[in-house]
Write a protein that binds this ligand. Structure first.
Ligand code: MN
Length: 220
């Protein structure tokens, strides 16, 4: 088993540096879990910030490895979705749904879009991450079955952040249905982005831009 390369910074340091916890309700991540759980958390947060994106997160070594997926996941194996690696998030982030104040890092509305567990399909996750080819199985409410994250080029398009592709493997959960349109609501509260913003005193009009057309009319 390969040992993990030493991180350049302490765990969650980049996460904490980017946020003012006096202002945002996001978790500070005081707990750095060191146990090795049998079940690993998987979360996708739909995030209407300056741009709508889906934050894809996999628990590994006590934190949530995180990728921002601008177009969101696709169940169609012929579709590759760009996934930009971003800073690790604390495990508690997997419970966060609400509003990040405007002007703060990531200001906007966050929805828990899907949540469940994941399992690697490779014997050595650290080696797979280093190689840039991680195959895994998701057991969420909306996404299930076999997937892969493949790293393309480091610094692609002038970005310093590693670019990956999120791709569905062919299995019985593959589909050409657009899960983003068919299941736009929170897996936790069944709310739309606009409803989450309204309940937390956020920018409802901005949040609604991330909801599919017509979902406001379907409001309870
Ligand atoms: Mn985000």
């Amino acid at each position: 088993m390969k040992t993990k390369p030493k991180p350049k910074t302490a765990p969650l340091e980049e996460y904490r540096e980017k946020r003012n916890f006096e202002v945002t309700a996001e978790p500070k991540g005081a707990r750095a879990s060191t146990n090795s759980p049998s079940e690993l958390l998987y979360v996708i947060q739909k995030h209407q910030a300056s741009q709508l994106h889906y934050d894809f997160r996999l628990e590994w070594r006590g934190v949530l490895l995180s990728w921002a997926v601008p177009k969101g996941p696709s169940l169609d194996p012929s579709v590759k979705r760009l996934a930009t690696a971003v800073e690790d998030h604390p495990l508690e982030y997997g419970n966060f749904e609400g509003v990040i104040p405007e002007g703060e890092y990531g200001g906007g509305t966050v929805m828990l879009w899907d949540r469940g567990t994941w399992a690697p399909e490779v014997p050595d996750v650290d080696a797979a991450l280093e190689k840039g080819d991680l195959k895994f199985t998701l057991a969420g409410k909306k996404l299930r079955g076999s997937w892969v994250l493949v790293r393309t080029k480091l610094g692609y398009g002038g970005s310093k952040k590693p670019q990956w592709l999120l791709i569905k493997h062919r299995d019985r959960y593959a589909s050409t249905d657009d899960v983003l349109i068919e299941e736009p609501r929170s897996v936790l509260s069944k709310r739309t982005l606009a409803e989450i913003a309204r309940d937390a005193g956020g920018d409802v009009a901005k949040a609604a831009k991330g909801d599919p057309v017509g979902s406001a009319a379907a409001r309870r």
